[in-house]
Design a protein around this ligand. Structure first.
Ligand code: CMC
Length: 388
């Protein structure tokens, strides 16, 4: 092609160098700053992965405590943002509200990037990570016309999100039949693991959007807003919402064969949601961890066995079918997260916002890495002109 390479969808183009996340798609390996995802998901809480991504090392106990406390303090939203949420129509999709409110953060916290110190950039990072669960919960409450619940300083990152989703005005909570706390530890742990698995994933479409905006010198919060927009689509993070919708549409194990046939039909646009990945060609290690978690939680969290049955039938057929095997199409992270999120009483429209909460650290970490790259260039691909 002459002076440049034609690579639609960038299947073979490395757009940057990075020290953040490593993926070996053939072996099914994923590491944040060199630490295996299995280790992080099993033996560490989400905030430790957040700290690791930002600081290139796991925190000590004291560092984690300070970090946790700072994030709690930063989780509140500027009063002016409330008015913005109120202006959106109820029934708006939370992803649209989330993207808009995140862009609006750059009006409340504007700084001239060229004069920011490293510490000021780190504060920007911690601020947006801390506020994202609150923005997401407010976006949900806007979508159902319910009053906002402020964060509770006595609750940690993951618990606070469940609290802001579930509480009644005045912060009151429904008690269980025996008066037990309605946010169970097992629920916090499950959601925390889901956040950890979503924390970063190198140069995926949304992160690439964030880096592209970063390359023009714009404010980080609008860069992250563009990441949220890119994530919304069903080929990317929106797949977690589509998976459950598709399982519900299939409706019964007896209908699975017909839908598999549609997915294989070259004349039909229908795709099996939650299958396939640009990089993983063996298995998605995040999916494997979530599948194990599903099995562990099946009875304790009363996972929807009807949906799980349909999902396992799809998996069983697809994993043995020549079409899927030859194209190396395996279940991805989004195939399993929905059943667990449903059991956590997270509404379907909030599945992709949950992905956003987990991924915000990845976006801002990659944004900062870009900022520090000496001689980094504006993202400006070429084209093959085929017009008149
Ligand atoms: N169902 C049926 N066929 C599929 C699927 C699927 N889910 N995914 C890919 N294929 C086929 C595709 O039709 C093509 O076949 P052929 O070679 O005959 O034309 C072949 O497999 C290669 O697909 P591709 O679209 O060229 O692959 P890609 O790397 O560009 O796309 C993908 C990757 C994830 C966008 C795609 O697999 C897909 O649309 N999957 C469903 C949506 C989904 O689950 N997305 C979540 C991805 S993981 C989390 C995240 O990134 O957010």
């Amino acid at each position: 092609t002459g002076m440049f390479t034609y690579d639609p969808g960038y299947t073979s183009t490395a757009s940057c160098t990075s020290e953040v996340t490593f993926i070996d798609g053939d072996k099914g390996e994923l590491r944040y700053r060199g630490v295996e995802i299995e280790e992080l998901a099993t033996n560490h809480e989400y905030l430790e992965s957040v700290y690791l991504l930002l600081n290139s090392k796991l925190p000590t106990k004291e560092e984690l405590q300070d970090f946790d406390l700072e994030l709690r303090h930063r989780s509140f939203l500027h009063q002016g943002l409330n008015d913005l949420f109120i202006a959106f129509p109820s029934n708006s999709h939370p992803m649209a509200t989330l993207s808009a409110a995140t862009a609006a953060l750059s009006t409340f916290y504007f700084s001239h990037l060229d004069v920011c110190t490293e510490e000021e950039l780190q504060v920007m990072a911690r601020r947006i990570i801390a506020k994202m669960p609150t923005i997401a919960a407010y976006a949900y409450r806007t979508s159902i016309g319910a009053p906002f619940i402020q964060p509770d300083i006595d609750r940690g990152f993951t618990e606070n999100f469940l609290y802001m989703m579930r509480a009644y005005p005045g912060g009151k909570m429904h008690r269980g039949i025996n008066g037990e706390d309605v946010i169970r530890d097992i629920e916090i742990k499950a959601l925390d693991t889901i956040f950890t698995l979503h924390a970063d994933h190198e140069q995926n479409a949304s992160t690439t959007s964030v880096r592209n905006v970063a390359s023009t010198g714009a404010h980080p919060y609008v860069a992250i807003s563009s990441g949220i927009s890119a994530l919304w689509g069903s080929a990317h993070g929106g797949a977690n919402e589509s998976v459950i919708e598709q399982l519900e549409m299939i409706g019964h194990v007896d209908n699975v064969d017909a839908f598999i046939a549609r997915a294989k039909d070259p004349e039909d646009d229908f795709r099996l949601m939650g299958f396939g990945h640009r990089v993983y060609k063996n298995f998605d290690p995040r999916a494997r961890i979530l599948k194990e978690l599903q099995v562990q939680l099946q009875y304790e969290l009363k996972l929807d066995s009807h949906l799980m049955q349909i999902a396992s039938k799809i998996e069983e057929i697809a994993l043995n079918d020549e079409y899927f095997v030859s194209r190396k199409l395996y279940p991805n992270i989004d195939f399993y997260s929905g059943v667990i999120l449903t059991a956590l009483k997270i509404p379907i429209s909030m599945f992709t916002p949950v992905f956003v909460i987990g991924r915000t650290v990845g976006w801002i970490t990659q944004w900062m890495e870009f900022k520090k790259t000496k001689g980094a260039k504006i993202a400006r691909p070429r084209q093959l002109y085929v017009g008149k």
